[in-house]
Structure formats: C-alpha cells, structure tokens
Design a binder for this molecule. Structure first.
Ligand code: FAD
Length: 484
C-alpha cells in the first residue's frame, strides 16, 4: 500500500520558510498534501481588502509550492467536511496545521481535532504566527498580564527564538486530487472595486522584500521616524504578518542581525521588537478576554452615551470632515488599504471622542478596508484609543487633529499627497485651512465649502462635549495611569 500522505492545512501561515507545521510534516518523510480551505463559517467574515490580499497570497503560495514540485489544493466550505473528504480521497491519516488563536477559530479547531482524532487521524497544531502562544505568558499569580511592558518583558525572558528554516527543497504531493481555483472564488471587492490603487506584493517574497527595504531604510531612525506619516519609516509588514507570509521571529532575527552588523542602533531594533510585542499583547488579551470585539474591557465604558450620526460617519469614512489630517488618513486607507499608525490613532480618536460615535462602528470600517485587518490588533487598538481597553489611553487624552498635524506632518507633505485640493496652501494653514485669510485661500485656489469642506465640528466644543460624556461613565478609570 502507498505511503499515507500528511495533510498540511494552510490558514494564516501562507509561507514555506519558518513554517513549523510544514517542517514537522516533512520530518515524517511522507507525501504532503498542502490545502487551503475557504471556510466562511466560524470566524468573522474577512473584509474586502483582506480578501483582495488573500487572492494574491494564495497564488504566490501555489507558485512557491510548484517550484518545489508540489501545488496548493483549494477547497471551500466547512473545514471539517472538506478535511474528511480529502482524507477519504487520499487515504491521509494525519493533519498538521499552524494554529489560529481567535476565540471562534480556536473553538472550531478544537472541534475539528476532536472529530478527526475520534476517526484515528493524527491531528497536530503548532504556533507559527505569534512570538508566543497566547496563554503561555502569565503573571506571578498565574493570571493574564493587563499591562503591556511587564507582559513584553516576561514574553522575551520566557521564549526561545526558533531557528530559521527554509522548508524542504522538494515536496512530494499526490497528483490525482481535485482543486478549485482562486479565480472561482472572486475575492476582489465589487460594487465598488476600490482596490485599483492597492500597491502591494502579497506573498512570501513580498514580505521578505518589505523587511529588507526597512532594514536598509527606516530601521536606523525607527523610534522617531515611525511617528511621521509623511515618511516611509515603518516596515509595512502588517498585512504580511497577518497572513503569515513571514514569521514574527524571523523579523526579530533580521532586525537584530542588522543591529549587530552595525547597520542600525540596537535601541531602534528593540523598539521594533516591542511593536511586534504589541501584536502578541493584542492576541494575548483576546485569548483571555474573548468578548473584547463586542464589549469594553472596562465594562463602565459600555454605558457611554454614543451619538447616532450617519452624515458625520459618512464624512469620516470618505475623508470629508474638513480636518486635513483626518481626511488625508481616511483617503490613504481607502486608496491603499493601509493607514499609518500615528494617524490611525488620530482618526479613531476623532470618531470616538470628537464625534462620540461607538468605537465598534469605526472598528468595522477598518475591518473592511484595511489589508492588515486583524481581529485582535484592531479591537485592542480601538479600545486603547477609546480609553475602554486594557492599558489604554486615558479618557482625557483627546488627540487634537490640528496639533497632531503640526507636530507630525509639519511641512504638510502627507496632507498634500492625499488631499490634493489643498496642495497650494502654505504650510502655516495646511492643517487648519478655515483659519487662513481669504486672500491666502483665493491664491491657493481653495473655496471652502466647495473645493474642500468646512470643518464638520469645532475642535474645542467637541472636546468639551467628549469630556462631559466621559464623565457620565461611572468610575471612569480613576485608577488609570498613562503608559504610552
Ligand atoms: P511597524 O511600525 O513597522 O511595526 C511592525 C509590526 O508591529 C507591525 O507590522 C504590526 O504587526 C506590529 N504593530 C505595530 N504597532 C502595533 C500596534 N499598535 N498594535 C498591534 N501590533 C502593532 N494593526 C494590524 O496589524 N491590524 C489591525 O487591524 C490594526 N488596527 C489598528 C486600529 C487602530 C485604531 C490603531 C490605532 C492601530 C491598529 N493597528 C493594527 C496597529 C498598527 O497601526 C499597525 O500594525 C501598523 O500601522 C502597521 O504598519 P507597519 O507594519 O509599517 O508597522
């Protein structure tokens, strides 16, 4: 009888390097059946921009597998049913996977493993996506850390970086197995297809190139540069990390090697490692507090008197609030599927505090439009800005969009790039065009209310309203300290 193959169940680990499930499957010496299942049932359905990415990433993974003599089998529908059908078709007796840690996916995986094991199928799960498996780092009393810095310290002290691996050179895959095609799945956004301006290279090679560009560019001045949306000082690895096209430990290893080789100060490399730590911290919080996508971490914040403001919300989504930094950011998101971290904080604060719109509504918009949309990171960061999260921004921190622009986009380069109707305004007024004298506006060709909107709200009044609303939230975090 032919050797029984191992099913390698790809999910958000779309790479061959540093892939623990693949390495363990290869160690068995048996044929490997790489499969990806489009299963829309257990998790929150992926947003439009994420699916755009998935389309390309699957094609890249298939090309990598083909270069090693294999190919990617695609199936859609319920994961367990599809795995059982592949087992029937091929006689496979093992399923190896890298784990997903979101609550619903985790539960689904447990059910799949239970059902397969009761059919005598060997089911093995590994961690290929995080620095540390959620639940593995606990505080001195055995509970979850709720503050980032001690969590990161404990994580780095406890975890041994895995050795870098490139995967088997040749992968023996059974040939007579039917596959759907990526084209069948129509993963591009429709009505409208807003992905035309997306300029990314999904896939393992794209991830490696993005990291190399960062090592020879932004890393040197990362700690300061990462706050400036007009500079290319960050890695742009987030969508690659989300889809598992690079392992976070590989990113850590390469930045540390760059620092050791004198290409960047060690402090800059460690600042980058800490940011990767926030990704793990988000997953850790979601693991321990699975209601975070729906409920405030600090329950008192669930009594916030949110406003219903469909027109304001639409202005925010479309980048028509009249605040240039907010509008530039929202347009960057729509046009490229990504937004710089500094301005993610500014626009989220604007929605939640200036407009008093529920953070879950903003989170949902990001979920649909970000190529890096990630349940744990998105929810954790929205709650951080709203003040309702663990180790969150204090309630009285209300980002001033004008001051943020003057500080982090001082020459207005970012605003000019994404809000071209303001391009000719001098630096002095670029962040607050309504304060410019009429002749300055005229010379710059800007007619407020026609070419560019008047501000939809007054910053000072909105700030006062937000503080009043936040005061109605009982016990509004008097125990909070600002750790940012
Ligand atoms: P770099 O500065 O190069 O950082 C390296 C990596 O560290 C990132 O790729 C990311 O994986 C991780 N990282 C950095 N900052 C954070 C952070 N604050 N939280 C968690 N991980 C972080 N990030 C997502 O990956 N998905 C999301 O859905 C998401 N939603 C967000 C929503 C809001 C309101 C805010 C304020 C932030 C959100 N972030 C999210 C975090 C952060 O903005 C992005 O990870 C970062 O901008 C990605 O760009 P980069 O890869 O160039 O980051």
């Amino acid at each position: 009888m032919a050797t029984k193959p191992v099913i390698l169940w790809f999910r958000r680990d779309l790479r061959l390097h540093d892939n623990p499930a693949l390495n363990h499957a290869a160690e068995t010496g048996r044929p490997i059946l790489p499969v990806f299942i489009l299963d829309r049932s257990p998790d929150r359905p992926s947003g439009g921009a994420s699916l755009w990415w998935l389309d390309k990433s699957l094609r890249a993974l298939d090309a990598s597998l083909q270069s090693r003599g294999s190919r990617l089998i695609l199936r859609s529908g319920d994961s367990l049913i599809q795995l059982q059908s592949l087992i029937d078709e091929t006689g496979a007796d093992s399923v190896f996977m890298n784990r997903l840690f979101e609550p619903a996916a985790n539960e689904r995986d447990a059910e799949v493993a239970h059902a397969l094991k009761s059919d005598d199928i060997d089911c093995k799960g590994y961690n290929g996506s995080l620095l540390c498996r959620p639940g593995a780092v606990l505080n001195g009393t055995g509970g979850p850390y709720k503050v980032f810095t001690p969590f990161l310290k404990a994580l780095l002290a406890k975890t041994e970086p895995p050795a870098h691996t490139t995967g088997p050179r040749a992968i023996d895959t059974p040939t007579a197995v039917e596959s759907e095609t990526v084209d069948d799945w129509n993963l591009h956004p429709t009505r409208p297809d807003w992905s035309k301006g997306f300029d990314w290279t999904p896939g393992e090679d794209g991830a490696s190139d993005a990291l190399s560009a960062f090592l020879s560019g932004g890393l040197k001045t990362y700690a300061v540069g990462r706050d400036h949306p007009d500079r290319s000082a960050t890695s742009r690895l987030s969508p690659h990390l989300h889809w598992g096209e690079i392992s976070p430990w590989r990113a850590v290893e390469r930045v540390r090697q760059a620092a050791e080789a004198g290409k960047a100060p060690a402090a800059e490399a460690e600042k980058f490692v800490a940011e990767l730590g926030w990704r793990d911290f988000s997953a850790h919080l979601l693991h321990h507090f699975p209601t975070l996508p729906e409920r405030a971490f600090r329950p008192e914040y669930d009594t916030m008197p949110w406003r219903d403001d469909p027109e304001g919300l639409e202005a925010w989504k479309r980048g028509r609030t009249g605040y240039p930094l907010v509008d530039a950011s929202m347009r960057q998101l729509w046009e490229t599927g990504w937004m710089h971290n500094r301005v993610r904080m500014v626009v989220a604060s604007f929605l939640v505090k200036h407009m008093l719109i529920d953070w879950r509504i903003g989170e949902a918009w990001f979920w649909d439009t970000l190529v890096d949309a990630d349940l744990a990171s998105n929810v954790q960061n929205w709650q951080w800005v709203a003040g309702s999260g663990a180790d969150a921004s204090p309630y009285f921190r209300i980002f001033n969009p004008i001051a943020q622009g003057e500080k982090f986009d001082a020459r207005g380069g970012y605003v000019r790039r994404w809000v071209p109707e303001l391009r000719a305004l001098p630096d002095r007024w670029i962040q607050a065009p309504w304060t410019a004298p009429p002749e300055v506006l005229r010379d710059a060709g800007v007619r407020l209310g026609k070419d560019y909107p008047h501000p939809i709200l007054d910053h000072g009044q909105a700030r006062a309203r937000a503080l009043d609303a936040l005061k109605t939230v009982s016990g509004r975090g008097d125990d909070m300290t600002d750790r940012d």
